[in-house]
Write a protein that binds this ligand. Structure first.
Ligand SMILES: C[S@@+](CC[C@H](N)C(=O)[O-])C[C@H]1O[C@@H](n2cnc3c(N)ncnc32)[C@H](O)[C@@H]1O
Length: 243
């Protein structure tokens, strides 16, 4: 995964160190995803996470659902090592594998069907055609009633919205830096790294607008398609396979 305008091991190292500040919405995302997974707390089921990163979202699922298993996929060896560390205490319910998001066989290792496929801040690496194809593929891999739940950055629909969202996102990271570290060092690195996509568009990031996502999810045959949470250019959206 070390090619041209793509996520690299250097990106992984930076995100492992500062992701909790650069992406200051983890509690909201986890709350939405956990609340929307179509399962009772004591049910056994398979959850798939695309792009586990440090593994915080899979950890939240395994903690909330003590009989759930997770198939965690990521393209970065460094991230997979971090995920394994984070999920150490749940290791008997976890299978981690390397995958490439752009690979048409990316879900080939999924034996059977999943109750949910979740992903946070990953799918925007695909262009519109790629996201559309992925939504169709995931729909085929879900159990009846299963959910596709995505947290990601979303493209603004106007220049005015882009400027508003860019400022909101900076403000959230600034507050998070102060709250977590008691200083603005991480926020300054966020600015120096030009991480705010809404100010510094990067060719490896190809976010789509909310209406596009909703249309592609519906076209894939999902029901109950909606935006479940949204803030500062980040959103949780998805839908359910018909029963
Ligand atoms: C911004 S991080 C998000 C990580 C985590 N889900 C989170 O919310 O903190 C993006 C993750 O996607 C993975 N990734 C990026 N591009 C990828 C690709 N083309 N194929 C597979 N994994 C990829 C990276 O290794 C990284 O773990």
């Amino acid at each position: 995964m070390d090619e041209g305008a793509a996520w690299t091991e250097d990106s992984s190292a930076r995100f492992i160190e500062l992701g909790a500040i650069y992406a200051p919405f983890r509690e909201d995302i986890a709350g939405a995803v956990l609340g929307l997974i179509p399962a009772e707390t004591d049910e056994g089921f398979l959850a798939v996470e695309l792009g586990t990163g440090t593994g915080w979202l899979s950890a939240a699922i395994l903690e909330r659902f003590p009989r759930a298993r997770v198939l965690g996929l990521d393209g970065s060896p460094a991230m997979l090592r971090m995920t394994a560390e984070t999920l150490g205490r749940y290791s008997d319910r976890v299978d981690l594998q390397r995958f490439r998001l752009e690979d048409p066989d990316r879900l080939a290792s999924l034996a059977g069907r999943a109750r949910c496929v979740v992903s946070s801040l990953v799918i925007h690496h695909l262009d519109g055609t790629g996201k559309r194809a992925l939504y169709r593929e995931v729909r085929e891999r879900l159990e009846p009633g299963g959910a596709l739940l995505i947290a990601d950055i979303v493209a603004p629909a106007s220049e005015r919205e882009r400027r508003y969202v860019a400022e909101r996102y900076d403000g959230m990271v600034r507050r998070r830096s102060l709250a977590v570290n008691g200083n603005l060092e991480a926020y300054r690195r966020f600015l120096d790294d030009e991480w705010n996509w809404f100010r510094y568009p990067d060719p490896m990031d190809k976010p789509s607008t909310i209406p596009e996502h909703l249309r592609w999810l519906q076209e894939a045959g999902l029901t109950g398609v909606n935006v479940f949470w949204q803030r500062a250019g980040h959103a949780v959206y998805g839908g359910y396979a018909p029963l």
